[in-house]
Design a protein around this ligand. Structure first.
Ligand code: HEM
Length: 446
């Protein structure tokens, strides 16, 4: 074996342009040329080792304490604030994860299930027969409403009305490869007032933070505010020293959850609808499964359905909206996959490359939910939510939301793709979305 993996040799500025414009094409091209481990160099961001090999990824996930991960996420700091879990490392990260994990698991998540169904029905009820609409924008409305109600605890009132359009504007600021560039190029991060993209983003950001501060202060004055939403749970939680989260932490974490959870779930749902409506046998199987549950099944019965689960897994396999995990920077010299790497080497496990490996997923370009019913995949063979100490905090909520939104729409509304042309992948901020957002037409109600 050679001393170090092959290195992409095109100029680093050109690699950066390609990485921003077409991260999938870029990874595909060089993995075909160099195999499943290779190095890239992105101007202004740094060199990275892309890893598309499950054994090497398992090594990385099991050695997560040997990497700086928060530091490697620095690029996102202007968006999510310096107190964000995503930017923390070591003991700070462990403490914050411990504080944030309970509201996102088990019984707590189940309590939000009915809200997810209600929000979906409320939005879907506005669809008219014969009307066409863009699934991604609709799913963004669904997912934003769910985050507002379930996480922020906001469903009505003046503050809700003020914050909703601000959050939508803020999230839309990186809705194309060009607009996403400001996340990658420092020189575009200049605040010259509201007429510059960065200045406008900062301005919206400040308004959101002021509204969140007001919400936290109001919640604090309420006598019984336990357990109704994730923010209240976050405010009630204490660390081993009896310390609560500070207001600055609470605000940065709320924005982190919105940033990490809104676009990802909405976009994955758009991909799911795209594949479901392209494959009549998939809709048929789903409808049969829903029918077998009888009338008014409980949300948790829906969430346990095996074929629905497999459809969600196959969507997450084919369309990992975050195509690489967070970067991992080696704290000291480290051996991975038999190669010796220096301290400060930055690794990027590629979800996309692994999810398209022929030996794991025969005919990887085909949407085949069945494969998940026939085979169990290990945490480094199927990892749309990343892994190790950084595995997505909101994965249980995301999966529940996907299943309940799909089940509600498919069992009650008849939709069809409005256009015959294949949909391509386009960058939106740090995620990969369908170009055009997937247009569908409403055919009827069941
Ligand atoms: C389909 C939807 C989603 C996908 C595909 C997704 C994917 C990911 C991935 C790949 C990571 C990085 C993990 C790593 O580097 O090992 C991550 C981290 C994270 N996700 Fe998600 N996510 C989704 C939904 C959500 C939701 C709904 C929330 C919150 C409500 C959320 C909150 C987070 C947070 C806070 C982190 C950072 C964890 C840490 O640094 O410890 N995500 N997610």
């Amino acid at each position: 074996m050679s001393q170090s993996p092959n290195c992409v040799t095109t100029p680093p500025w050109w690699q950066l342009v390609n990485w921003i414009a077409d991260p999938i094409g870029f990874q595909k091209k060089y993995s075909q040329k160099y195999g499943d481990i290779f190095s890239i160099r992105l101007t202004g961001i740094g060199p990275f080792v892309i890893i598309g090999n499950p054994q090497a990824i398992q090594e990385i996930f099991s050695k997560d304490s040997q990497f700086h991960i928060g530091r490697a996420n620095k690029l996102a700091e202007p968006l999510i604030g310096k107190n964000s879990l995503m930017l923390m490392d070591g003991d700070y990260h462990r403490r914050e994860r411990k504080l944030l994990t309970p509201p996102f698991h088990g019984e707590k998540i189940q309590a939000y299930a009915q809200k997810i169904i209600d929000v979906t029905e409320e939005i879907a009820n506005r669809w008219q027969i014969g009307e066409s609409f863009i699934v991604r924008s609709t799913m963004q409305k669904v997912s934003l409403e769910i985050i507002l109600q379930v996480v922020f605890g906001l469903s009505e009132g003046k503050r809700y009305k003020q914050i909703k359009p601000l959050l939508t504007d803020w999230l839309d600021m990186t809705d194309s490869p060009l607009r996403s560039s400001m996340l990658f190029f420092k020189f575009l991060q200049k605040d010259w007032g509201k007429w510059t993209p960065w200045g406008r983003m900062k301005q919206i950001h400040n308004k959101i933070y002021n509204l969140l501060q007001a919400e936290i202060e109001e919640k604090r004055t309420k006598i019984d505010n336990t357990g109704k939403d994730i923010l209240s749970l976050m405010m009630a939680v204490r660390d081993e020293d009896g310390q609560a989260m500070s207001d600055a932490e609470l605000k940065d974490e709320l924005i982190t959850i919105l940033f990490a959870g809104h676009e990802t779930t909405a976009t994955t749902l758009s991909w799911a609808f795209y594949e479901i409506y392209r494959n009549p046998d998939v809709i048929e199987k789903l409808q049969r499964e829903f029918y077998c549950l009888g009338e008014n099944p409980s949300p948790m019965e829906i969430a346990k359905l095996p074929y629905l689960t497999a459809v969600c897994q196959e969507t997450l396999r084919m369309y990992p909206v975050i195509p690489v995990t967070f970067p991992r920077i080696a704290k000291s010299p480290i051996k991975i996959a038999g190669y010796q790497f220096d301290a400060e080497t930055t690794f990027m496990p590629s979800i996309y490359l692994v999810h398209y490996q022929e030996d794991l997923y025969p005919e990887p370009e085909q949407f085949k939910p069945q494969r998940f019913l026939e085979r169990q995949y290990s945490p480094s063979e199927f990892f749309p939510f990343g892994g190790g100490s950084r595995r997505c905090l909101g994965y249980a909520l995301a999966l529940l939301e996907m299943k309940l939104v799909l089940a509600t729409v498919i069992s009650k509304y008849q939709l069809a793709l409005a256009e015959d042309k294949p949909v391509k992948i386009q960058r939106r901020g740090f995620t990969l979305a369908p170009t055009g957002g997937v247009k569908v037409v409403m055919k009827g109600k069941s």
